[in-house]
Design a protein around this ligand. Sequence first.
Ligand SMILES: [Zn+2]
Length: 158
Amino acid sequence: MYIKDGSNDDYSFGRQEESTYSWGWLGNHVESSGWNSEDLKKQVIEKLSDLGYEKTIYHTRGIHICEMCGNGMGNSVIKISYNGKFYTAPSDVVHYIKEHDYCPDDIVIEAVLNGYYLNDDDIEVDWTSGKLGEEEVERQFKSKLEKALMRGMRGLIK
Ligand SMILES: [Zn+2]
């Protein structure tokens, strides 16, 4: 699956969101590679390794495959809230950095190191009750997103 870095196409929501900055949806080639700082690369790799269930969202069945080397990838999404945007990547984006020398934009690196990583509670609306109309679901969803954006504002991140 390919989404251009910086696009507001949000794979996890299945639509465009103004607040979304997608990154690391590389498809079959790396557009941006090479790191100026090996130390920074190491920090980013450490941060993105083993995020676990608590720092990823949309855990689905099935698995993604790296289109460049055939490696099995994760099946969820990383969504980092940082200064008014969501930085959204596949959960195993670290594979692209480690194995294919992918280097995301500077603002993404900043978000990875300093942002708030959303979990399922941050975005889940109670769809199952059956009582909520579409408008109410959308309203609750928007309100959840606003809260998650607030948690990623500089100075508020735990
Ligand atoms: Zn690969």
